[in-house]
Design a protein around this ligand. Structure first.
Ligand SMILES: Nc1ncnc2c1ncn2[C@@H]1O[C@H](COP(=O)(O)OP(=O)(O)OP(=O)(O)O)[C@@H](O)[C@H]1O
Ligand SMILES: [Mg+2]
Length: 411
């Protein structure tokens, strides 16, 4: 039976969306992507486009946007019929939770689908599309404080092997993403949270001279899904301006943590911060899934040895099972960017199907000094390593189109 949930009263003049999907994950994601200030009506029909087809024309007339879970086998005919009968009314957005080929996507677009998005998709990207396709202009209305409502960007950092420098990258990248300006580089433009998800062996707290946190320990032992208050109690402020969620110093069995708990942690932080940098563990556990789903970038830290590149390839494939359009970028640590790439560099890029984008030079003296003092590379060194991390952060800030320019500097 078709279950109809009326989410909001539809006023005449506000855009409305009809969501046709029998998948709760999709339904939750679409509803969750819209924020209260978006002022868009959404109606959900827990069925399929093909099943609803007789009524689809009416739905297209009543709503600005039809969002549906794509079934590539059956939906083409349904879309074609709808397009013929509706005379071009309504916009169609398909969410595909199964991989489809480019040729299939082209055929579906030809049949009349306006946009096809892979699912899962980061909540902020989905929201952008929902606003745009339903006719709600992205920049307006001016009354919405976008810096307060738009979810922060998640940047995940993962190592291809132990000791490669992933935590160093995560910590210093988080620092640089604050985009500090001014003579003394004190005024942060973006609020940044740093989360140590290397729950068993995390080093973020000690690297920043902070205390371990028991939040993940309590999540594992008390099966708590953290709310805002619980999480707020566990966050620590670092002198640099970073807000840190550290790993515990007690042993936590990794399989005691559930994906929904990690999802809640990251989701809350996205609401409060412009950037959420996550230091991922080397262990492949189910609960990194929500981080992959939500991330705007996954920075994979590697070197250019054959075993490391092979492992990177394996990891990209593994992570890609959770999300096929995962935005993975390579960070080569301990190596200066070559003026001309050597043949093994080109070979590595080919194997990885992406460029070796960022290069961080080896600088044991400064890396060690920062670690020993519990400081950031930016605090005392102006060396090549610090400079490379700054450029990487700048690039990421541009690429992820930071939206919090108007936010006051964090204290
Ligand atoms: N570019 C670099 N040049 C010199 N030393 C570095 C560089 N990057 C990291 N290091 C050093 O390498 C060591 C390991 O770094 P880090 O803890 O960041 O690695 P990791 O990949 O997080 O390791 P783990 O497997 O323990 O999580 C540290 O002593 C750090 O100071
Ligand atoms: Mg580490």
């Amino acid at each position: 039976m078709t279950r109809i949930t009326k989410e909001t009263n539809m006023a005449q003049d506000k855009p409305s969306i009809i969501l046709i999907s029998d998948d709760t994950a999709i339904n939750d994601a679409v509803r969750g992507a819209l924020l209260p200030g978006d002022d868009i009506g959404i109606e959900v029909q827990a069925t399929t486009l093909t099943a609803v087809n007789g009524k689809a024309v009416k739905l297209a007339e009543e709503h600005d946007l039809i969002v549906f879970r794509l079934n590539p086998q059956t939906d083409r005919a349904a879309v074609q019929e709808l397009r013929e009968k509706s005379g071009g009314k309504g916009t169609l957005l398909a969410l595909s939770d199964a991989p489809i080929s480019l040729a299939e996507a082209r055929e579906l677009k030809k049949a009349g689908i306006d946009e096809i998005l892979p699912f899962p998709i980061p909540s902020s990207d989905l929201r952008d599309q929902l606003l745009e396709l339903s006719g709600r202009p992205l920049q307006l209305p001016a009354l919405i404080d976008r810096s307060a409502t738009r979810p922060g960007k998640v940047i995940a950092v993962a190592p291809v092997r132990g000791g490669i420098g992933a935590s160093t990258v995560a910590i210093n990248l988080a620092d640089q993403l604050q985009g500090k300006t001014g003579m003394l580089r004190k005024a942060a433009q973006h609020r940044v949270a740093l989360v140590d998800l290397d729950i068993q062996f995390g080093t973020v707290a000690s690297a920043l001279d902070l205390d371990p946190s028991d939040v993940f320990y309590r999540m594992a032992t008390e099966t708590i899904v953290p709310d805002r208050t619980f999480l707020a109690q566990s966050l620590q402020s670092h002198d640099s301006g970073l807000t840190v969620l550290a790993a515990p110093d007690k042993f936590v069995p990794l399989d005691a943590i559930e994906p929904r708990q990690i999802d809640a942690v990251i989701g809350h932080l996205q609401r409060e911060f412009d950037y959420v940098v996550v230091d991922l563990p080397r262990t492949l556990v189910e609960w990194i899934g929500p981080v992959l789903t939500r991330c705007a970038r996954l920075m994979l830290v590697t070197d250019t040895t054959v075993p490391a590149i092979r492992q990177a390839r394996r990891l990209i494939d593994f992570y890609g099972e959770d999300r096929f359009d995962l935005p993975v970028e390579m960070v080569v640590n301990h190596e200066k960017k070559p003026v001309l790439p050597a043949s093994h560099h080109s070979e590595a890029a080919k194997v990885l199907e992406r460029p070796l984008k960022y290069w961080l030079p080896d600088d044991p003296r400064r890396a060690r000094a920062a670690l020993d003092r519990g400081e950031l590379l930016s605090q005392h060194s102006h060396g090549a390593l610090s400079g490379a991390l700054r450029r990487m952060a700048r690039n990421l800030l541009t690429e992820t189109t930071a939206t919090a320019e108007a936010r006051p500097a964090s204290s």
